[in-house]
Design a protein around this ligand. Structure first.
Ligand code: 5AD
Length: 357
């Protein structure tokens, strides 16, 4: 699929035509990563954040946000819950919170890795190379850092630097890869100011970075952010503004699967938030092969408000898990067992003849 094809599909509106794209994505998904849906237990360990991203409710200047930081024992309880539910991976996610110190995270990773065969994914923002190296050495397996948009000017508008250090998430993903992490990137769909050309470049960038994991969700305005105020006015990209719609998100998801056949791609909470009835299934049927059930303690979930009314706020983990398994079976898929390591990484290891760790 070349750039022109990608652009043509992104602009396609006829749902009957789009069914062809979705079918193709589903075939590529089945051929390359199979029918297993891998489950990752998501733990939102801190809502403190020192960044001022224009889109995110956790941004430091949002004084209405109530902040929390989970204690070590609370985190371990959530991990136990994830293990009890049979998840082979936990994802530790937070705002960029430097009071979650490098050493605290090292100890936590060591403890998790010594107690179980869990894969540990970190999603803790833009941290120093020393910290990222120390966490990898302690046993962390994967790192998620969405680059949000490949359009540098748009990125700078929505993601101001911290002090005078320029933020370059794409470069940071390269460092993470060199450190031996499985790396995950991704974007939001329908950011005010984002064009079709931008999205096509985003998808090409996924391929160039050869990502192991790719997270894609609609941009959802949070009222306590500057970008939400722009949202209504910024249909000013000359008819080129990408809508932050459910349908546009599926197009990007399907095109990403076709472009990056071996990537692990989640059906995201943001999609499920736009369509609570069957957004999760539609994501899985249009390219995705991963779901990240939230195992954060209920009391904290509503405080981790990157956007309002997240789909996971009302259902305890055990109940969600039960329904999730039924829903996965309901669309003829199976629940993955074990860590669900990156098929891209496994294929690369096979090629170089390196043993699988
Ligand atoms: N709408 C949609 N997604 C958001 N994220 C942050 N804020 C929003 C929002 N308002 C996404 C970003 C971030 C991920 C953890 O959540 O892509 O990388």
């Amino acid at each position: 699929m070349n750039r022109q094809d990608i652009l043509t599909w992104l602009r396609e509106r006829d749902e009957r035509q789009l069914e062809q794209l979705y079918r193709q994505a589903d075939v590529v998904r089945a051929d390359h990563v199979g029918d297993d849906v891998h489950l990752r237990g998501l733990i939102e360990i801190s809502s403190h954040c020192l960044r001022s991203c224009a889109y995110c409710g956790l941004r430091r200047p949002n004084q209405h946000a109530q902040r929390y930081r989970m204690s070590r024992s609370e985190i371990l309880e959530s991990v136990e819950l994830a293990v009890g539910l049979g998840y082979g991976t936990v994802v530790l996610q937070s705002g960029q919170d430097h009071e979650l110190t490098g050493d605290f995270v090292v100890d936590l990773i060591r403890q998790l890795k010594s107690a179980s065969p869990l894969a540990v994914t970190l999603s803790l923002g833009e941290r120093s190379l020393e910290e990222l190296a120390a966490w990898r050495a302690a046993g962390a397996d994967r790192y998620l850092l969405r680059f949000e948009t490949s359009n540098r000017a748009l990125y700078e508008r929505i993601h101001p630097p911290l002090g005078n250090t320029r933020s370059d998430r794409i470069a940071l993903l390269g460092h993470l890869r060199k450190l031996g992490y499985e790396i995950g990137g991704g974007v939001m769909v329908g950011i005010p100011g984002q064009t079709y050309e931008d999205l096509a470049t985003d998808i090409e960038t996924f391929r160039e970075l050869d990502l192991d994991m790719i997270g894609i969700g609609p941009y959802l305005p949070h009222p306590m952010t500057p970008l939400a105020k722009e949202h209504d006015e910024t249909q000013s990209t000359g008819g080129q503004q990408v809508p932050n719609s459910e349908s546009m998100t599926y197009k990007v998801l399907a095109l990403t699967r076709i472009t990056c056949p071996l990537a692990n791609i989640p059906s995201t909470t943001a999609v499920a938030t736009l369509n609570r009835t069957d957004g999760l299934e539609l994501g899985l049927m249009r390219g995705a092969n991963v779901v990240m059930p939230n195992v954060t303690p209920m009391a904290y979930r509503r405080l981790y408000e990157i956007y309002p009314d997240k789909a996971c706020l009302h259902e305890p983990s055990e109940r969600f898990d039960q329904r999730l398994r039924e829903r996965i079976r309901g669309i003829g898929r199976t629940v993955g067992i074990g860590r669900g390591d990156s098929p891209r990484m496994l294929a690369a290891r096979r090629k170089t003849g390196a043993g699988v760790a």
